[in-house]
Write a protein that binds this ligand. Structure first.
Ligand SMILES: *Cc1c(COP(=O)(O)O)cnc(C)c1O
Length: 342
C-alpha cells in the first residue's frame, strides 16, 4: 500500500528499533527514566526553552497547554480550521471548560495576523462576556495544506499579545516542516511563544510521542495535568530512544518529503477536473479540490484504494501527506493511478 493518509503512518526504522531495544529506562513518574530525561534536555536545547515534557500525543500536549494557560469560563482564540478547534473532540471544552473563538484567516493561509486576532479579543470585558485567556497558533497549518508562518509573523503576534497580557501557544505538530521550508530554526519560529508542542511521531518518524515546551513553572504545572489526564507513564525510555533519533535525524530528510509533495501537486495540475494551487504546496501536505471531476471524494478515495493507494477525502477535497515511507516512485504511481481513475 502507498499510504498517503498522514505522516503518522511511518514505521520506526531498524536503527530506531535497535535503540529502543537497548534503551536505558526507569520509572518516569519518579523522574527516573534517563532516556526521556535526555530527550527532554535535547528538546530544550533545540528550541532554546527552559523546560520540556514528553507527552504521549500531540493532542494531550495541546490540551495540557490550554488547561494550564486558562481558567474555566474563559475563551481561547484559534484559526477557523485549527486542530485544537476541529480535531480534538471538544477537549478544550471538556478538560478546560473554555469556549473557542474561531477567526478566519482572510488570505486563506490559515495564519492569522494581529489585525485579524485583535477584534476577536475580549480583554477586561464586561462581566457578561468570557474573557480571552490564550491565543493559539498552528505551524505548519494542517488543514490549510501545510502552510507556514514565518518567525517574524509569529514574533509580531507574540509581542502584541504580551502587550495585552495574553499568552501564546504554538501547536507546532509539524514545526520542523516549517523550519525546513522557511530556512529558519524551530527556536526562531517559536522564540516568543509561551508554550510549544511538537510531535515526534509524524514526519520525524518516531512511533509515538510529542514534546511540550515552556517555562519551568509552566512545565511543572503541565506535569501535574499530564498525570491527572492519565499520561504519566513509566519506562518510556523505550519510546524516547526512538524520539531522540527522530529529533536528531528526522529534520534533515524532510526536504525530500517536500519535494515529493511538490511533484505530486505538479502532477495533479495535469489531471482533468482536479484543482490545486501548486505554489501553496510548500511542505508535505497536498490538498486538492475534485469538484470538477464529476465524482465524489469518497468514490475517488475508494478507487485509489483498489489501486493500492490510501488517501483521505472530506467534502470536495482530498488530502495526501508525504513522509519517509513514500518515494518519488510512489508519487509517480499515485499520479498515474489518479489519471486512470479520472
Ligand atoms: C497531528 C496533529 C496534532 C495532534 O497530534 P496527535 O499526536 O495525533 O495527538 C495536533 N496538531 C496538529 C496541527 C496536528 O497535525
Amino acid at each position: 500500500m502507498i499510504d498517503l493518509r498522514s505522516d503518522t503512518v511511518t514505521k520506526p526504522s531498524d536503527k530506531m528499533r535497535a535503540a529502543m531495544a537497548a534503551a536505558e529506562v526507569g520509572d518516569d513518574v519518579f523522574g527516573d527514566d534517563p532516556t526521556v530525561n535526555l530527550l527532554q534536555e535535547r528538546a530544550c536545547e533545540v528550541f532554546e526553552k527552559e523546560a520540556a515534557l514528553w507527552v504521549p500525543t500531540g493532542c494531550m500536549g495541546n490540551e495540557i497547554a490550554v488547561k494550564v494557560h486558562t481558567k474555566p469560563g474563559q475563551e481561547i482564540v484559534t484559526e477557523d480550521r485549527g486542530h485544537i478547534l476541529n480535531y480534538e473532540l471538544g477537549a478544550a471544552a471538556v478538560i478546560s471548560g473554555v469556549t473557542i473563538r474561531a477567526v478566519k484567516s482572510a488570505d486563506g493561509s490559515g495564519h492569522l495576523t494581529w489585525s485579524e486576532i485583535e477584534p476577536a479579543l475580549k480583554i477586561d470585558p464586561p462581566y457578561f462576556q468570557a474573557a480571552t485567556a490564550l491565543v493559539c497558533l498552528e505551524n505548519t497549518h494542517n488543514f490549510a495544506g501545510g502552510s507556514v508562518m514565518t518567525a517574524a509573523a509569529c514574533a509580531e503576534i507574540c509581542e502584541r499579545s504580551l502587550a495585552v497580557g495574553l499568552p501564546v501557544h504554538m501547536d507546532g505538530a509539524r514545526i520542523f516542516n516549517a523550519s525546513v521550508a522557511l530556512g529558519e530554526t524551530v527556536a526562531d519560529l517559536t522564540r516568543h511563544c509561551d508554550s510549544v508542542m511538537f510531535t515526534l511521531s509524524k514526519g520525524l518518524g518516531a512511533p509515538a510521542g510529542s514534546i511540550l515546551l515552556g517555562s519551568k513553572d509552566f512545565i511543572a504545572e503541565s506535569c501535574i495535568w499530564r498525570k491527572r489526564l492519565g499520561g504519566g507513564m513509566r519506562q518510556i525510555g523505550i519510546l524516547a530512544a526512538a524520539g531522540l533519533i527522530a529529533l536528531d535525524e528526522g529534520p534533515e530528510r524532510l526536504e525530500e518529503d517536500h519535494a515529493n509533495a511538490r511533484a505530486l501537486a505538479e502532477g495533479l495540475t495535469n489531471i482533468n477536473g482536479v484543482s490545486i494551487d501548486v505554489e501553496k504546496v510548500v511542505t508535505n501536505i497536498v490538498i486538492f479540490d475534485i469538484s470538477g471531476t464529476g465524482k465524489t471524494s469518497a468514490e475517488i478515495v475508494e478507487a485509489l484504494r483498489a489501486n493500492g493507494i490510501l488517501a483521505i477525502g472530506f467534502g470536495n477535497l482530498i488530502r495526501m501527506v508525504t513522509h519517509l515511507d513514500i518515494s518519488a516512485g510512489d508519487i509517480a504511481t499515485t499520479i498515474a493511478a489518479l489519471r486512470n481513475i479520472l
